[in-house]
Design a binder for this molecule. Structure first.
Ligand code: MRU
Length: 350
C-alpha cells in the first residue's frame, strides 16, 4: 500500500509546523515556527513554497503575530506591520495576499474582543483556510480528471502537489483523481532548475504513491513533445490575471509554446484564490527575482566561473491564448478569457 501523502504544514502547540522542503527528498524534518518572524523567514527561504501553501502559512503567521502582540501587552497595534512583512515575503503568488485579506476581514470582525478572543478567532480562520484548501483541491481534481484520457502521458513542471498546498495538490490533484478513477497514466516530471522542485518534490510524491513517472531535464521537453511522447501538459499557477494570462514557475511559458506548436492541450490547475481580477493582464504581474547564486551554485558548490553575471527570475507568464483550459474548484474554463474568468468568480459552484 502506498504511504499517506506528506503533510506540508500543521498547527499544534501554538506553533506552525512546516515540513522543511529544502531538505527533501533526503530528510523529513519539520520546522517549528513560534513567531511571525519565523514564518516570514520560512516563506522567503522556501522552507514552505507553492502558492496555496504560502498563503496558509501566512494566515497562521497572523495568528502568531496576534499572540505576540497580546503577550507584549500593547494590544494589537503592531499587527499591521507583521501583516505587511508577511505580504511582502514573496511577491508573485496572489494566494498570499488573498489569505491575508481574509485574515484582515476576520480581524475586523473580532475587534473589540479581548486579545485572547481575537487570537482564537484568527486561529479558527487560518485553520478554515487550511481545511478548505484540501477540499478545493479535491474538487479541482474531480473536474480536471474529466480532461485526462486513459493511457495519457503527461508532462508537469515544478511542484503543484500536496507539498505546494495543504494536501492533494492542484495539477497533481488532477493526476491523483484520474489515477483514482482507474486511468493508467505516465508522468514526465521536469526537474525544474534551479531549485529542482520537480526532481526533489514532484518525483517524491509520485514515487510514494506508485504513479508511474520519469524524471527529465527541463531542456528535454521539446524533444519529448516533438517525438509524440506527451499527450498533454498540466501545471499549477501563482497568479492568473483578469484576461487569463498566468504566472507559474519559470519554464512554464516554454512548455505552453511547445504544446501549441505540437497541438497538444496545455492545462492550468488552480484554485479561484489564484485569480487576480485587479490585474488587467499578465504585464502587471510582479515576477520574483531570486538570488543569482541559486543559478551559479549547486549544493554549496560553484558551477559557474566567479564573476559571471546570472539572472534568476522565479516565474514567467503564459499568455491566455496558449492555455487550453483553467481547471478550478468551480469547474473548467475552456479557452480562458476576461468574461469567462469574471463569470467563474461571480457564479457559484458549477
Ligand atoms: O517557487 P515555488 O516553488 O513556490 O513555485 C511554485 C509554483 O510555481 C507552483 O507551480 C505554483 O505555486 C502552484 S502550486 C499549487
Amino acid at each position: 500500500m502506498s504511504p499517506e501523502p506528506l503533510q506540508t504544514l500543521y498547527w499544534e502547540d501554538d506553533s506552525l509546523f512546516l515540513l522543511d522542503q529544502r531538505l527533501l527528498p533526503g530528510e523529513i524534518r519539520y520546522l517549528q515556527c513560534r513567531t511571525v518572524a519565523d514564518v516570514v523567514t520560512a516563506i522567503k527561504e522556501m522552507v514552505v513554497r507553492g502558492a496555496p501553501a504560502i498563503g496558509i502559512s501566512a494566515a497562521f503567521g497572523v495568528v502568531l503575530a496576534a499572540k505576540e502582540a497580546g503577550a507584549a501587552g500593547g494590544g494589537l497595534s503592531g499587527l499591521q506591520e507583521a501583516i505587511t512583512a508577511l505580504r511582502s515575503a514573496r511577491p508573485t503568488a496572489v494566494n498570499l495576499d488573498w489569505a491575508l485579506r481574509r485574515m484582515e476581514r476576520r480581524l475586523e470582525h473580532a475587534a473589540g474582543g479581548t486579545c485572547e478572543e481575537v487570537v482564537d478567532a484568527l486561529a479558527e480562520e487560518a485553520q478554515a483556510i487550511l481545511d478548505e484548501d484540501i477540499l478545493t483541491n479535491r474538487k479541482i481534481g474531480a473536474h480536471g480528471a474529466a480532461l485526462i484520457p486513459d493511457g495519457a502521458s503527461i508532462l508537469t513542471h515544478c511542484n503543484a502537489g500536496a507539498l505546494a498546498t495543504a494536501g492533494y495538490g492542484t495539477a497533481l490533484g488532477v493526476i491523483r483523481a484520474a489515477v483514482a478513477q482507474g486511468k493508467h497514466l505516465h508522468i514526465y516530471v521536469d526537474e525544474t532548475r534551479p531549485l529542482l522542485q520537480g526532481a526533489r518534490l514532484t518525483a517524491l510524491e509520485l514515487l510514494r504513491e506508485e504513479i508511474p513517472a520519469t524524471l527529465v531535464t527541463d531542456s528535454c521537453a521539446g524533444y519529448l513533445i516533438s517525438a509524440g511522447k506527451v499527450s498533454l501538459v498540466i501545471v499549477g499557477a501563482d497568479r492568473i490575471a483578469a484576461n487569463g494570462d498566468t504566472a507559474n514557475k519559470i519554464g512554464t511559458y516554454t512548455l505552453a509554446v511547445l504544446a501549441q506548436r505540437h497541438e497538444i492541450p496545455f492545462y492550468i490547475a488552480a484554485p479561484c484564490s489564484t485569480i487576480d481580477l485587479s490585474l488587467e493582464d499578465g504585464r502587471g504581474i510582479v515576477i520574483e527575482e531570486r538570488d543569482p547564486a541559486e543559478v551559479t551554485m549547486f549544493n554549496g558548490q560553484k558551477i559557474a566561473p566567479a564573476g559571471i553575471d546570472a539572472l534568476n527570475p522565479a516565474f514567467d507568464v503564459t499568455p491566455a491564448e496558449l492555455i487550453s483550459a483553467i481547471i478550478t474548484e468551480r469547474g473548467l474554463l475552456q479557452r480562458p478569457d476576461r468574461a469567462g474568468l469574471k463569470n467563474l468568480l461571480t457564479k457559484g459552484e458549477r
